[in-house]
Structure formats: structure tokens, C-alpha cells
Write a protein that binds this ligand. Structure first.
Ligand code: A2P
Ligand code: MG
Length: 461
């Protein structure tokens, strides 16, 4: 039993009218400065442009631009079509708005060779974050997460990936290649029709609500947009690297998650953005993932050679950040996964003990840990997945540059830099550690001793 939202009905109506009135000669002219798109381009992107939708979206864009300053944060959206139980739960009223006009930071202006890519990446993850926030609100209000029904997170995962891919195609210069977590295989199977419809509705409603683009996705367009993320990456050329929702467990719990996007250029990560919708803008040090500050929703961004910045997802001016300068482990605290299935808490506890860390671990989900570390909320990040787990590049690409450009160091437990040029996986079988340059030598020593002891204990069993 599903409920059709009014916005869903509107989008469908516009679709039908648009199909009737569609004219092959129509040129689309409502796109960002510097771009000209026509229907051939639309066909290549798996998209449909509709004159009626174009007209309505462009006029609403102007109206929204005028009222933007008065709109509250966080915004809410018409949500995906929800189950009857979810529909019965309380929800906030939708509120339409454009993406915030971000203040240009020094990283986006002179001297940054990736300025255009950075602006596109920020816009992409901000739009995706809006979709994710709307879905997470519904999950939390409806209690879906306690029923082992993973479909809402699936809808948000795919929806986020489609929106990031769309914005990058529209706004980022150069050729397009995307290495991303999701593909359309499951959605093409029998029985997936309903979820595909939900994703299609949610994505189209988010685009209409935002008003930046006059685009409508068909179901086939949705499937092909998801498969834009099938690139293998590698050592040559440029590739965007995306985790559409990093930390799905945290997302379902109503806790931390991130939309993590990076740019790989000739085998090196040169740019990264992390949207962390639930991370407080002020420090979370000593608060185990929470903060006394009111403002929530942080956007971290870094470009090679230009440093790391943080701003609110609602577009406060960006501020440069740097890692903490602690040089005595006694004063240090460390981040690790919330989920013990993702990282061995017993091993990290023995590393902390060896090093002399006194504070208890700060456990939060996702690459939000890299962002928090980059602004000095803590001093160390330890990640030791259980044997057999293969790390994917999208789980560390954005986070690692956010940290290194803030003055931090990220290496594997053998002391090697992370190599993002080997395809979709990181080629390592130890853990990943991160800290500042003062603490790294003693941290690496403690890590290697603790691993050795763990291996010796295992060989005795
Ligand atoms: N069994 C696992 N071991 C380690 N990491 C995992 C495992 N399963 C999923 N992950 C990934 O670990 C990351 C979260 O780490 P953390 O627990 O530190 O927040 C996510 O990228 C998550 O995937 P996903 O992005 O699909 O949620
Ligand atoms: Mg992930």
C-alpha cells in the first residue's frame, strides 16, 4: 500500500504533458552559464527534457532565488513514496528552495587549477545531501530501521548517486568518468519495479524542488544514470570517485553518514568533498560524536596544494581548518568505527594502550571521522577491518585528501601511502591509520607491535 505524494502526481502530470508537447527541435537554454545543451545531449545523458517542466522550473527558480535568504535549515523535501506505516508517521512539511549560493573561498578562485571541479563537486554533494536528509528523516520518524527493511536506504543510496552524477555532468569541465559504489543490476531484476519507481519519483521531485535544472528522468534514464558509476578508475586520466552514502549503518540509525566525492587525476586524488549532514559545525571533541553547538551539517572540501576548508551545508563562509598539534599521546583521543563489525575494537584498544592514550575511543560512522580529525576534534583515526574485507577507493578518497590538506598523514599499517590508482579497490591487507606528523612515528610503532602480538596470539590457537 503506497501513498502518492502531491509532488509526485505533479511530476507525473508534467511528464505526460511534456511527452505530448515534446518538440524535437526544442533547444534547452536554462542551464548554467557556459553550457549549451540540446536534445542530442539529453539523449546521451539518458534524460528527457520537457518544455512544460522547463518553463515551470525556470520561473519557480526565479521566485525561489528571491526568497532564499528567509528559508530555514534544514530544508525538507517531498519524500519517496513510503509504506503505509511510514506514511502514518509524523513528518515535516516540504519546503522548496534552491541550493545555496556558496561564498567563493580562496580555494575556488585564483591559483586553484581545479576551481571549477571543486564548485561542481560541492554543488553535487549538497544536492545529494538534501535527498538523503529527507529520506533519513522519514526513516527515523517511521522506525523503518527497526524492521530490517533496508529499502529506504537503498532508495537514498541510488538517488544520491544519480544526483551527484547529474550535477557533475552538467557542471564539471572535461570528460566524465565516475567510479561509484552502486550499479543498476538489482534494480533491473523482477520485483524491483516498485523501488525503481520510488527512486525515479524521489530524484525527480528533488530536482523540481531545487529548481536548478529543468530535467526529468525516465525509469530507463535512472538505470543508465546509476550505471554511469561503473568506471574502473585506474592510473591514467581523470575519474570522479563517489560513495553516495558512506556509513549506511549510521544512516539507518539516524546517526552520522557522509556523501563522499573525490577526483582522481593521473592516479592521484587531487580534490575531495565530504558532506556530513548530521555532523555539528562546531567541534565534537570530548563529546563522543555530539556537540553543544546548534548548527548541524558540515561540508568539508580540499584541493591539492590549497588546504582544507569547512562550511555549513547551508553555506556559511568557508573557513580554513587544520589538524590538531598534539604531540603527546597522553593528550590525544582517537576515532574509530561505531560498528565493531567494521573495525577490530580490541586491536585498537591495545594500540591506544601501548601509545598511552588515556581518553576512551570516539566512535562515529563514515568518513565524517576524517573531517572531524581534519579540524582537530581528535588526534588519531584507527581502522582495522576484519580479515577478508577489501577496502574500496570511495571509502577513503575524499576523506584522505580532506585530512592531508589539513596537515594530517594517512597511511596503511605497513607505513605505505594509500594508492588510489589500482582500480576500484585499495590494494592493502592491513589497516588504515591517520594522525598528525608529530604523533605518526610513535603511532606506527605501536600499531605494528600490537599487530605482531595479535598474530602471535592467533598462531597459538
Ligand atoms: N564488513 C565491513 N568491514 C569494514 N567496513 C565495512 C564493512 N561493511 C561495510 N563497510 C564500510 O565501512 C565504511 C563505514 O565505516 P565505519 O564503520 O568506519 O563508518 C562504509 O564505507 C561501509 O560501507 P557503506 O559505505 O556501504 O556503509
Ligand atoms: Mg562507504
Amino acid at each position: 500500500m503506497y501513498v502518492q505524494t502531491p509532488a509526485g502526481l505533479l511530476v507525473r502530470l508534467i511528464h505526460v504533458i511534456g511527452l505530448i508537447s515534446w518538440a524535437p527541435s526544442c533547444r534547452v537554454s536554462f542551464f548554467p552559464a557556459g553550457h549549451r545543451y540540446n536534445l542530442d545531449m539529453a539523449a546521451r545523458m539518458g534524460l528527457l527534457y520537457h518544455p512544460v517542466l522547463l518553463a515551470s522550473a525556470s520561473s519557480s527558480s526565479r521566485a525561489l532565488a528571491l526568497s532564499r535568504a528567509r528559508l530555514p535549515y534544514p530544508p525538507t523535501f517531498h519524500t519517496y513514496r513510503r509504506s503505509a506505516s511510514a506514511a502514518a508517521s509524523p513528518r515535516l512539511r516540504p519546503c522548496r528552495r534552491l541550493l545555496p549560493a556558496r561564498a567563493m573561498s580562496s580555494s575556488e578562485t585564483a591559483g586553484n587549477p581545479y576551481a571549477a571541479e571543486l564548485a561542481a563537486a560541492k554543488k553535487a554533494v549538497t544536492l545529494a545531501a538534501r535527498l538523503c536528509q529527507a529520506v533519513q528523516q522519514d526513516i527515523v520518524y517511521s522506525g523503518v530501521q527497526s524492521k530490517a527493511d533496508k529499502s529506504p536506504v537503498t532508495v537514498a543510496d541510488y538517488g544520491s548517486q544519480i544526483l551527484v552524477s547529474l550535477v557533475l555532468k552538467m557542471e564539471a569541465p572535461g570528460s566524465f568518468s565516475l567510479v561509484a559504489e552502486e550499479d543498476s543490476e538489482e534494480l533491473r531484476k523482477d520485483g524491483a519495479e516498485e523501488i525503481l519507481e520510488n527512486i525515479t519519483d524521489l530524484v525527480n521531485e528533488t530536482i523540481v524542488d531545487d529548481g536548478s535544472y529543468s530535467i526529468y528522468f525516465s525509469k530507463e534514464g535512472i538505470l543508465s544514470a546509476i550505471d554511469d558509476g561503473k568506471s574502473e578508475g585506474g592510473p591514467s586520466g581523470r575519474h570522479w570517485v563517489l560513495d553516495p552514502i558512506d556509513g549506511t549503518k549510521g544512516f539507518l540509525r539516524g546517526d552520522q553518514y557522509a556523501i563522499a566525492l573525490a577526483l582522481l587525476d593521473e592516479g592521484k586524488i587531487v580534490l575531495g568533498v565530504l558532506a556530513c549532514p548530521n555532523l555539528p559545525l562546531s567541534s565534537i571533541s570530548n563529546l563522543n560524536g555530539s556537540s553543544s553547538g546548534d548548527q548541524v551539517g558540515a561540508l568539508f572540501s580540499a584541493t591539492i596544494g590549497c588546504g582544507t576548508e569547512v562550511e555549513s551545508l547551508d553555506s556559511s563562509p568557508p573557513q580554513k581548518i587544520s589538524v590538531c598539534s598534539i604531540d603527546d599521546p597522553v593528550d590525544a583521543s582517537f576515532f574509530e568505527s561505531y560498528e565493531s563489525a567494521h573495525s577490530m575494537h580490541d586491536l585498537t584498544s591495545s594500540i591506544a594502550k601501548k601509545l598511552g592514550v588515556q581518553a576512551p575511543p570516539v566512535r562515529i560512522d563514515s568518513q565524517a571521522k576524517y573531517g572531524a580529525l581534519a579540524r582537530g576534534d581528535g588526534a588519531i583515526y584507527l581502522r582495522f577491518p576484519h580479515k577478508g574485507y577489501r577496502e574500496k577507493i570511495w571509502d577513503h578518497a575524499a576523506g584522505s585528501i580532506v585530512l592531508t590538506e589539513a596537515g594530517g598523514i594517512v597511511i596503511d599499517a605497513s607505513g605505505n601511502d594509500l594508492d588510489f590508482s589500482k582500480g576500484r579497490f585499495l590494494d592493502l591487507d592491513t589497516g588504515i591509520i591517520a594522525t598528525n606528523k608529530h604523533l605518526m612515528p610513535s603511532l606506527l610503532k605501536a600499531v605494528q607491535e600490537a599487530i605482531k602480538e595479535q598474530n602471535q596470539a592467533a598462531s597459538l590457537l
